[in-house]
Design a protein around this ligand. Structure first.
Ligand code: HEC
Ligand code: HEC
Length: 125
């Protein structure tokens, strides 16, 4: 529900305009809202078969999710996975300027996850 609202709000921002994101440590800080939304929805949500709330904590006021907060450990694990994924493409597959969400990536989240949050079959912690 909250995700739908966020996407709808972001969709009204012109394409070239960077989103007002305050806590990006791996993605470019000036990423467009279109690019960020597609990474979150296609690579992360669909790639892992989860919804936004798997990584993003509930907002303190009880309305939707606080996307900038780092409260949930899954978000920090996801950052490590993002760095790993970029590194594997660069080092072992010689992708020149690997960027998440780019079709030029050889290895992406879905390569291992295939729509599962726990590709090694581990139980949720
Ligand atoms: C697998 C974990 C994961 C899922 C699922 C996920 N996100 Fe994220 N999200 C992240 C991570 C990690 C970051 C921070 C990236 C960075 O540090 O560069 C982030 C950042 C964001 C930000 C930027 C917040 C800010 O101000 O810094 C927004 C907005 C966002 N996500 C929205 C969404 C939406 C909407 C969904 C569902 C469609 C979603 N996310 C699903 C992991 C996830
Ligand atoms: C090379 C294979 C591989 C790739 C690529 C990969 N992952 Fe993972 N990921 C794993 C494995 C294996 C685990 C389980 C690790 C464990 O159980 O400790 C995992 C676990 C996770 C978890 C933690 C689930 C939990 O709560 O324990 C998150 C979140 C995650 N991955 C996000 C991502 C995201 C986002 C991407 C893409 C940027 C990605 N992964 C790319 C192999 C991969």
């Amino acid at each position: 529900m909250a995700a739908t609202v966020t996407i709808a709000a972001a969709a009204s921002i012109p394409k070239a305009e960077p989103g007002n994101y305050t806590n990006l440590k791996v993605l470019p800080k000036d990423i467009s809202s279109k690019d960020l939304q597609s990474i979150m929805a296609d690579d992360f949500e669909d790639g892992l078969g989860v919804s936004c709330g798997f990584c993003h904590a509930n907002a303190k006021d009880g309305h939707g999710l606080d996307f900038a907060a780092d409260t949930k450990p899954e978000k920090e694990i996801a950052r490590a996975m993002m760095r790993m994924t970029i590194g594997v493409n660069k080092k072992y597959f010689k992708v020149k300027h690997p960027k998440l969400g780019d079709a030029a990536l050889v290895v992406s989240c879905t390569t291992c996850h295939k729509g599962q949050p726990f590709p090694d079959g581990a139980e949720p912690k």
